[in-house]
Design a protein around this ligand. Structure first.
Ligand SMILES: [Ca+2]
Length: 449
């Protein structure tokens, strides 16, 4: 591993303070991008990668073969989280949490299989909220929140959709019309496409930005890269020679997605809306072993409650409003994205429900005096769960409990449960109190098989 020391906390705080001072100077210039005319609302772009390893972005500690210059640019121009989390260790539940700002378990969404039913219709999405604020809303990529017509993105707050509904994966080269689940859709119509899926999603994202440059927009761009199947253009695969042929394909997929992120950034600049755009980037769960991803020092992979399943590359960039090249070690979860967006656009969260996510902007600016969350929770419904409070993490997996001190032992190698029975008890109670508030797993309604 090439070692790249992240900024320590003091350096981060000083960077944040310097940048906050800068922010007040540029505050009057903010929002003068050409879009929106007198409208000062920021554009929102949420880019989600799929199954990307914690060490598979070169702005994180990474093996030598990893190079993601455009993702690194996001980090250089924004805030990189060392303790950024997905709300699940598999794809669909994280997405359900992301678009609602709520623990997906609150509405019974525990597993990837729950996407075969869909995001319960009782839920309001961030796109619903932004549409009400006058935003153009689009989702381009992997939906994975329901395949039946009532769960379609166009009925969940999005004006536009290009991508696939389900399930978790799509062939990257066969983009012909197949069946309702796997065809590529443009809005509600299956379309036959050619080329490489990752490139096509980038093409559609760039088009969305160009078409909506004159008004505030919300672009949700869930790439299917770097999820299985391992497929990439030959010329890209040839660029890598790690000695692991499958790892080479994975790296080619990653490179292609990173180039796509670069094209999105270029499009924002070309359309002169870059300075007024808040961007989030994170992976929907940890790197997958099956795909030869690398989670660095973290234990385990996708589908695990250990850090390798849930701690992910996570970056937030908002020129002039957030520090640049800052590193934040506060635990933040993807559930925080919706409330942060709602705060950034000056709107109110839709009422009548509990939100678990919180506005992360004060933390990212180094202005917060307290932790954003007292505790964070992960729960797959039956087989495993975890709770993190400060440096302590309690993991239930494989029928037994383990306690880890993440400050001293980021790799979760030393189970200190026996030495700390009071902490184990406290975290068990914290978890039980949380679990009580969650719903049982959603079930398919009786009239549909
Ligand atoms: Ca995933």
């Amino acid at each position: 591993m090439r070692t790249k020391e992240p900024l320590n906390r003091r350096e981060f705080l000083s960077a944040a303070v310097a940048s906050a001072a800068g922010a007040s100077l540029v505050g009057s210039a903010w929002g003068q991008g050409r879009n929106n005319g007198g409208n000062q609302k920021p554009n929102i772009v949420v880019i989600v990668s799929d199954d990307q390893g914690y060490a598979d972005a070169s702005c994180y500690e990474h093996p030598e073969e990893v190079s993601t210059p455009n993702t690194d640019r996001l980090a250089r121009e924004g805030v990189r989280l060392t303790d950024g989390y997905a709300s699940a260790w598999v794809c669909a539940p994280t997405r359900a949490g992301l678009v609602t700002g709520r623990y997906q378990q609150r509405f019974g969404f525990y597993t990837a299989g729950d996407s075969r039913i869909g995001l319960p219709l009782s839920e309001t999405t961030v796109a619903d909220a932004l549409k009400k604020e006058g935003y153009a809303t689009g989702v381009i990529g992997k939906w994975h929140l329901g395949i039946e017509p009532e769960y379609h993105p166009l009925r969940r707050g999005f004006d536009e959709f290009y991508g696939f509904l389900g399930h978790g994966a799509h062939d990257y080269f066969d983009l012909s019309i197949t069946d309702a689940y796997t065809s590529i859709y443009r809005n509600e119509k299956p379309v036959s496409d050619t080329g490489y899926l990752t490139d096509n999603l980038t093409r559609e994202a760039v088009s969305f930005i160009e078409r909506h440059r004159e008004r505030p927009f919300f672009l949700y761009l869930p790439y299917s890269a770097v999820h299985w199947p391992l497929q990439a253009p030959e010329e890209d695969i040839k660029r890598f020679n790690t000695g692991d042929a499958e790892r080479d394909i994975y790296l080619a997929m990653l490179a292609r997605m990173d180039e796509g992120i670069g094209q999105v950034l270029t499009a924002l600049r070309r359309t002169e809306v870059d300075d007024n755009t808040l961007i989030f980037f994170f992976s929907d769960n940890g790197g997958a072993k099956k795909n030869h991803a690398n989670n660095g020092v973290l234990r385990d992979y996708k589908q695990s409650a250990y850090e390798g399943g849930i701690r992910v590359p996570f970056i937030v960039r908002w020129p002039g409003r957030l520090p640049e090249a800052a590193v934040c070690s506060e635990p933040i979860i993807c559930l925080d994205i919706m409330p942060t967006i709602i705060s950034a656009v000056g709107a109110e969260l839709p009422g009548g429900r509990v939100y678990d996510g919180k506005d992360m902007l004060p933390v990212l600016r180094g202005e917060a005096k307290e932790s954003l969350h007292e505790a964070l929770f992960w729960d797959g419904g039956a087989d495993q769960w975890a709770v993190r409070a400060g440096k302590w993490k309690l993991v239930y997996r494989g029928g037994s409990l383990g306690l880890y001190d993440l400050e001293a032992d980021i790799g979760e190698t030393d189970n200190v449960a026996e030495r700390n029975p009071q902490i184990v008890d406290r975290l068990k109670r914290t978890y039980a109190a949380w679990k009580k508030q969650m719903a049982p797993r959603i079930r398919r309604s009786r009239d549909r098989r």
